[in-house]
Design a protein around this ligand. Structure first.
Ligand SMILES: Cc1cc2nc3c(=O)[nH]c(=O)nc-3n(C[C@H](O)[C@H](O)[C@H](O)COP(=O)(O)OP(=O)(O)OC[C@H]3O[C@@H](n4cnc5c(N)ncnc54)[C@H](O)[C@@H]3O)c2cc1C
Length: 295
């Protein structure tokens, strides 16, 4: 069977696209590998109507609702290759099964490349975060650390005082210039230049000189990686920005490859659940529109 649309990624963005297309009675296949970006966090914040819910519960409820639509089909697995052109795309799942569709929606999210600091990755989503809007409030105005991992660290360091007293660990990665030092000082940010040895306890930063600074939570800047080489083979453009890789789309979430749409974190540099759901709704409607009016 040839589907109208194959959606690659069945999380917030992909399910939102599927909902629009299922409601238009299009034949859809949603392929999902089941590794949401926020699977490390116990609670999700900032998504209207679902604030504070477990990330997996939001997905489970969405999936329950969407399964009511009989033209939506499901495949558990990873897309390992994709090729084709407008009107006829072929997708390979787990290196074996092959499925065809007239349009593709890419909603595969991104992978976070974390700074190599002992003890950091074990605390990712628990006491080490990247998004203050998602996890800043729950630190209850306690002491916060910002660990520099990229030039964007300065933005983190200047933002975080709104959530708690902030220490900026430059860790040999970032050297504030005179203007930045003045801005940090105006925001009351303490600068710690010693190298970080490890993260211990809840969110204790242990420095090379042996000092240990206990904090309520830490923020850092992961590099966003898009993990599939077949995206460029489809003709999509991947842009490298200060946060990492992003698939280029227009406002309708259409990529530069005709008939291929992209939504959610894979197609915007600073994503969230709310933005992914919005992008997915747009990509779903745009894919439908492109089936109706294929010029
Ligand atoms: C630790 C942490 C905490 C966060 N907390 C919050 C929060 O509180 N509030 C908030 O709004 N945002 C939060 N975020 C951001 C949020 O997780 C993302 O913005 C959101 O998950 C993006 O949704 P998405 O559908 O684009 O991608 P994802 O949710 O990452 O889903 C992508 C899906 O596609 C699948 N996939 C990937 N490649 C393939 C493939 N080749 N074939 C098939 N399937 C594939 C994946 O397995 C996954 O199921 C957090 C992120 C992190 C890292």
């Amino acid at each position: 069977m040839k589907y109208d649309v194959i959606i690659i990624g069945g999380s917030y963005a992909g399910l939102s696209a599927a909902l629009q297309l299922g409601r238009a009675r299009k034949n859809i296949l949603v392929v999902d590998a089941g590794e949401r970006r926020n699977r490390f966090a116990s609670h999700s914040h900032g998504f209207l109507g679902q604030d504070g819910k477990a990330p997996g519960d939001i997905i489970a409820e969405a999936r329950r609702q969407i399964e009511r639509y009989p033209t939506i089909h499901w495949a558990k697995g990873r897309v390992t290759d994709a090729e084709g052109a407008f009107g006829d795309f072929v997708v390979e799942i787990d290196g074996a099964r092959r499925e065809r569709a007239a349009r593709l929606v890419l909603a595969m999210g991104v992978t976070d490349e974390l700074p190599e600091i002992a003890g950091l990755k074990e605390r990712w989503g628990l006491s080490v975060f990247h998004c203050p809007y998602c996890h800043g409030y729950e630190l209850n105005q306690g002491k916060i650390g910002v660990i520099a991992a990229s030039p964007l660290a300065i933005h983190h360091a200047l933002m975080l005082p709104d959530w708690g007293e902030t220490t900026f660990f430059t860790n040999g990665v970032f050297v504030p210039d005179t203007d930045q030092n003045a801005l940090l000082s105006a925001r009351g940010v303490r600068i710690e230049k010693d190298r970080i040895e490890e993260i211990a306890g809840h969110a204790d930063v242990v420095l090379a000189d042996g000092r240990s600074i206990a904090l309520a939570g830490l923020f850092t800047q992961p590099r966003l990686r898009i993990a599939s080489d077949w995206i460029e083979k489809l003709g999509c453009t991947i842009e490298e920005g200060p946060m990492g890789s992003t698939i280029v789309t227009d406002a309708m979430k259409q990529t530069v490859a005709r008939g291929v749409f992209a939504c959610g974190d894979v197609a915007r540099p600073a994503g969230s659940v709310a933005l992914s759901v919005g992008d997915g709704a747009m990509a779903g409607a745009a894919a439908h529109r492109s089936i109706l009016f294929p010029e």
